[in-house]
Design a protein around this ligand. Structure first.
Ligand code: IMP
Ligand code: MG
Length: 180
């Protein structure tokens, strides 16, 4: 796996530091609100598990499975919900947790669907943000690292279901995905 990476963009130490900050921010903003933290699977699972352990207030967790990429390195823009939430979110304060905000199509769609369920508030917490590729306008109140227009893997992010278990974020060698 390591040989497929051209550069480590964010080390385990960088990641731990930024997640501590995000956790502290969320804990301060949502004290007494018992927010529901919703992870978008599969990409967010590593980030979410580290993030919630830095959140010091009571909160509830749920997950959605959303698919938009297939095995390609570019979003099809065609978002599908493969597994919906288990819990009722009416009147609740929601934080959607995502691995990366790229075109914005996935989160734009998920947010619009959840908003229709009568939530009290809804915010986004993304681990990575690629602003250069945005086609759908969307605001993430909580964001780990801004990155350039490069395809990255690791720390939950995959290419064709591979590399999610790398403990850091690395740039994938373009020759690995160039024909996709
Ligand atoms: P969007 O709908 O274009 O914003 O794409 C969001 C989804 O695309 C993320 O949840 C990721 O699964 C995937 N994605 C976008 N950029 C990358 C990347 O650089 N590496 C791995 N997955 C990515
Ligand atoms: Mg993905």
């Amino acid at each position: 796996m390591k040989n497929d990476i051209t550069q480590v963009l964010h080390s385990q130490e960088d990641i731990e530091n930024i997640i501590s900050k995000l956790g502290a921010q969320i804990s301060a903003d949502y004290a007494c609100k018992n927010p529901i933290i919703i992870g978008i699977l599969k990409g967010s699972f590593v980030f979410m598990s580290d993030l919630v352990r830095k959140i010091t207030i009571p909160c509830q967790l749920d997950f959605m499975v959303v698919s938009s990429y297939g095995n390609s390195s570019k979003s099809s823009g065609d978002v599908k919900i493969l597994k919906d939430l288990d819990c009722d979110i009416q009147g609740r304060d929601i934080i959607i947790v995502e691995d990366i905000l790229d075109s914005g199509a996935t989160l734009g769609y998920v947010k619009s669907i959840l908003e229709k369920r009568g939530v009290n508030s809804i915010e986004i917490c993304t681990f990575l943000n690629k602003p250069a590729r945005r086609t759908v306008e969307i605001y993430a109140k909580y964001s780990g690292f801004d990155i350039q227009d490069q395809f990255v893997v690791g720390y939950g992010l995959d290419y064709a279901e591979k590399y999610r278990n790398l403990p850091y974020v690395g740039i994938l060698k373009p020759e690995i995905y160039v024909n996709n």
